[in-house]
Design a protein around this ligand. Structure first.
Ligand code: BT5
Length: 322
């Protein structure tokens, strides 16, 4: 059933003319005209705007800001990333769903996306808050052949993909705050959470969680002063599906580049958008506070800081103050 829908949506997105005749659809799906009519009705029930005109055929319009599988498949041109999409109207955390899917052997590139997360999480058991229906909460499953040390590079890859997608869809230059926050106007618009799924022998997969404030206009008291959304930054209400598709597309391009050319191009791109590049920062960790100029990241994603005596320090984990 899902395959038929997918084929149907692909047909509509591949067709230049607005209307597609019932016969064309029937030929494409290898089914009867009556079956076509049923499939189109099913799409209608899911919230698609389906127009049927005699002698012309069917026309499909997206009129709402939905992000279920079909909206995301429609027009998506990637080959690996997002080729399987699993949508939940509501869930605890997309990271957990992704883990479950992994155990069931889901392929690389699977995307889990939800309209509302009731137990969204950040790093170090912090909480990720998101209002229902306004934002993007999704997890991407990858299964690259990488060493343990290389895996953090994928977090940086995710960050540059999101920054590129925001630029393309919203026209705003967002910045990245080490290691994984995306900022606009000094406030956090997105957080990335990378989790490894491994056994003692090998890393089996990596789940990249991405939380993006898209259309939310007001935030809970505890994050009000530190959070922003794309809508607040741009003044526009955005279509989440367009942004998700752009992220998947950018991600695939960067991922392919990463697998063939290595981390260097990603690192360069990351540093170009780094919020604190060559700036004075404070890195606060359990070991205390280090101060100095932010010099970029190593190939392992470690933050490089140069102190007043020109000595270099390598920071693995810390909270950064600009
Ligand atoms: C992150 O953690 O920024 C990673 C967030 C990842 C969320 C995604 S959503 C899809 C997937 N499923 C999940 O369950 N998680 C991932 P961290 O760097 O630890 O930042 C968390 C901190 O950000 C919190 O302690 C708050 O201060 C702040 N925060 C929480 N919600 C926020 C929001 N909507 N916007 C901005 N800041 C927020």
């Amino acid at each position: 059933k899902t395959d038929i829908r997918k084929a149907l949506l692909e047909l509509f997105s591949a067709t230049e003319t607005a209307f597609v005749s019932g016969q064309t659809i029937a030929d494409h799906l290898n089914c009867s005209r009556t079956a076509v009519w049923k499939h189109m009705n099913a799409l209608k029930e899911e919230g698609f705007l389906v127009e049927a005109v005699r002698n012309k055929g069917y026309r499909l319009e997206q009129n709402t800001d939905q992000i279920s599988e079909n909206e995301l498949y429609l027009g998506l041109k990637t080959t690996v990333i997002g080729q399987k999409i699993v949508y939940h109207p509501e869930t605890s955390s997309t990271q957990l769903i992704a883990q479950q899917l992994l155990h069931q052997g889901t392929p690389e590139g699977t995307l889990v996306v939800t309209n509302f997360q009731t137990a969204g999480r950040g790093r170090l058991s912090r909480v990720w808050l998101s209002q229902p229906g306004d934002n993007i909460a999704m997890s991407l499953i990858l299964k690259p052949q990488l060493s343990m040390q290389q895996f953090p590079q994928l977090t940086f890859l995710a960050s540059v993909s999101i920054v590129a997608a925001i630029k393309e869809v919203v026209g705003i230059d967002a910045q990245i705050k080490w290691p994984n926050d995306i900022f606009i106007d000094g406030k956090k618009v997105c957080g990335v959470l990378t989790e490894l799924v491994s056994d003692p022998e090998e890393v089996k997969a990596v789940i990249i969680g991405m939380g993006i404030n898209v259309n939310q206009a007001d935030f809970a008291p505890e994050i009000k002063t530190i959070a922003t959304s794309l809508r607040l930054a741009s003044g526009e209400t955005l279509q989440r599906s367009a942004l998700i598709q752009a992220i998947l597309t950018k991600f695939e391009a960067f991922y392919q580049q990463y697998l063939t050319e290595g981390f260097a191009p990603i690192k360069r791109n990351w540093e170009e958008h780094a919020l604190q590049f060559n700036k004075h920062i404070k890195a606060r960790s359990l070991k205390g506070v280090l101060e100095g100029e932010f010099k970029g990241i190593t190939d392992d994603g470690v933050l490089v800081l140069q102190d007043a005596n020109d000595e270099l320090h390598y920071v693995y984990s810390a909270d950064i103050e600009v």
